[in-house]
Design a protein around this ligand. Structure first.
Ligand SMILES: Cc1ncc(COP(=O)(O)O)c(C=O)c1O
Length: 429
């Protein structure tokens, strides 16, 4: 369809083509049936959690920084009262309840939400190959995987992935440690420092001068041409999705430990930055399984890359690209610079998601600086979009627990962070 016909068929799209910050409420929430199949279910999430637990003794040995958590890759739940106060004052809103930050920027190994799904899928592939090659069984101690004999077996296999950066980093680091060859196809939006870091970690980087969807396509084609290659499919992988979903079980435990009960009168509202959709989708699905109707999730997207919003609002899902309606897909939020959403995720989200809001680059810079000033927490632009959720959705619930999912930032070089901070500071003043 041409741009004109799309805008005529879906007049609401003009809210997005205006590039203004916008909140879309999903009116299908609670109406359609929740996807129930063998691949996606509470049982499947529990199975994923069990697999991560099996690998924990190996991870603890392979990555000494995870010894403290016995090889479990988990992030802290942080109160950010001082930031909440500043946010309320600056935007003149009242947030009913308290605001927390889920600190995935501090996840060990690769410092972003993508570590959850990416590392989980690499472990799943490694386990499958070693069992099929009859050199390992699930009953053995996973600590043994540190031995070079297993790396020799896995070095005959290649993992291929398309990424804006953080997924590639998670898969690159974990894959290289286990012995795999890793090839990461990166889009033009990927930051130079992410490419350099990946190469330094032993992954082979293929640069594309086109956007993320095309980088993924190239990766898929290359993997299909080689029998010993596994393609990690950010758009369609239910394995990645389940890796992300495990976060919900862990969050429940963290809330319990803090004595926070989630119920009808004290609901949980979660704000998740969204690129292609797998990370936020997996977590939202998991949270819905754990907390049912007492949780509402919102996705955050850049005003210049609102792919999931365009896909869900029109029901066209992966069959529409933001460029089809004249939106350029150019934003400082490199992790969210995705023009075409995952149709798989969009359809699973239809009965679950509360809505999607958009954030412009200027707001991202401001939130980045405000969080550093108030809490000394430095996040990358993609991640700070979560912090705008309470401003957009603030008055919709009484005494809620608001949770902004901080999806990345600890790996950003200091000079880059300083640069972004200074822009944000100037905008705030
Ligand atoms: C920092 C950050 N936040 C959020 C996302 C969004 O995840 P997804 O693309 O799975 O929606 C990404 C993706 O790379 C990211 O790097």
């Amino acid at each position: 369809m041409t741009r004109e016909r799309l805008l005529k068929a879906f007049p609401n799209l003009t809210k997005l083509t205006a590039l203004e910050e916008y909140l879309w409420i999903n009116t299908s929430k609670g109406k359609k049936a929740i996807t129930k199949n063998h691949t996606l279910s509470m049982e499947a999430i529990l199975e994923a959690e069990a697999r991560l637990n099996r690998f924990a003794p190996y991870i603890s040995l392979a990555f000494p920084e995870t010894e403290r958590t016995n090889g479990l890759l988990e992030s802290p739940l942080l109160a950010i009262d001082s930031f909440q106060q500043s946010l309320e004052e600056y935007y003149q809103v009242t947030i009913n309840g308290s605001l927390f930050l889920k600190g995935d920027h501090l996840l060990p190994i690769s410092g972003s939400i993508k570590a959850r799904g990416g590392i989980y899928e690499v472990l799943t592939i490694a386990e499958k190959i070693l069992i099929e090659e009859s050199v390992f069984s699930r009953e053995e101690s996973y600590e043994k995987l540190i031995e070079s004999t297993y790396q020799d077996v896995l070095s005959r296999y290649t993992i291929v992935v398309g990424s804006t950066g953080n997924l590639g980093l998670s898969i690159g680091v974990m894959g290289a440690k286990l012995g795999f060859n890793v090839i990461v196809h990166m889009s033009s939006d990927a930051k130079a420092w992410k490419k350099a870091l990946l190469q330094q970690k032993g992954a082979h980087v293929v640069e594309h001068d086109q956007d993320y969807s095309l980088a993924v396509e190239e990766g898929r084609k290359q993997a299909e041409a080689n029998v010993n290659s596994y393609f990690i499919d950010d758009e369609h992988s239910t394995t990645l999705f389940l890796g992300y979903a495990v976060a919900a079980l862990r969050l429940k435990k963290q809330l319990d430990e803090k004595g926070i009960t989630i119920n009808r009168d004290h609901p949980l509202i979660v704000y998740l930055p969204c690129g292609v959709g797998g990370g936020p989708g997996g977590i939202a699905y998991g949270l819905h399984q754990v907390f049912g109707e007492n949780v509402t999730c919102y996705f955050a997207e850049p005003t210049h890359s609102p792919c999931m919003l365009v896909g869900m609002m029109t029901g066209l899902h992966e069959n529409i690209h933001v460029k089809d309606i004249g939106i350029d897909n150019r934003t400082i939020a490199d992790g969210l610079a995705v023009g075409r959403p995952s149709g798989f995720v969009g359809k699973v989200m239809e009965p679950i998601l509360g809505g999607i809001y958009t954030v412009n680059d200027e707001t991202m810079y401001k939130l980045l600086a405000m969080l550093i000033d108030q809490e000394e927490i430095a996040l990358e632009p993609s991640a700070v979009t979560a912090l705008f959720g309470p401003v957009q959705v603030a008055n919709s619930a009484k005494d809620a627990v608001h949770l902004a999912w901080a999806t990345g930032g600890s790996m950003v070089p200091t000079n880059q962070m300083q640069h972004d901070y200074e822009i944000g500071k100037a905008l705030l003043n």
